[in-house]
Design a protein around this ligand. Structure first.
Ligand code: 4NP
Length: 153
């Protein structure tokens, strides 16, 4: 089964949402996939996703409330086929941790699935308002739709 890991900084805002969205779209398309998420930082390990991420997911019929944050581990390079970084900082951090070409090649910036040239980041919504969460939901939904479409074509 294909295994995908979503990575952000805290693993409480962006990557849990990315995980829930990719799981949901894959299920809808009967595409078997294992999705997980992790943070490059460890401050929130063991915590549920941020309330605002839980809320925006719930608004669109996705339940991410049972997820628990964890820190990325170099073992993840072996366990997953693809590792999507939410922003360019997460991307650089992951590339510092991979130890060979095969591992490093698994890392990609998630919004590059939509637009390779611009190297866009999913903006960190932590210190902003509700709009930021609505915005990242839309960005992540479009990216995850493309990921599933590319898998199933
Ligand atoms: P995330 O957002 O990386 O999307 O989970 C953040 C969550 C917490 C912090 C930063 C970003 N923080 O500094 O605690």
């Amino acid at each position: 089964m294909h295994k995908v890991l979503m990575v952000c900084l805290g693993n409480i805002c962006r990557s849990p949402l990315a995980q829930g969205i990719l799981e949901t779209i894959s299920k809808k398309n009967n595409f078997p996939i294992h999705v997980d998420s992790a943070g490059t930082g460890n401050w929130h390990s063991g915590s549920a996703p941020d309330k605002r991420s839980i809320e925006v997911a719930k608004k669109y019929g996705i339940d991410i409330s049972q997820q628990k944050a964890r820190q990325f581990s170099t073992e993840d390079f072996k366990k997953f086929h693809k590792i999507y970084a939410m922003d360019t900082q997460n991307y650089r951090d992951l590339l510092r941790l991979c130890s060979n070409e095969e591992e490093c090649d698994k890392v990609a910036l998630i919004l590059n699935v939509l637009n390779k040239e611009e190297r866009l980041s999913v903006p960190d919504p932590y210190y902003g308002g509700k709009d930021g969460f609505e915005n990242i939901y839309r960005l992540l939904y479009s990216a995850c739709e493309r990921i599933v479409a590319d898998f199933t074509k």
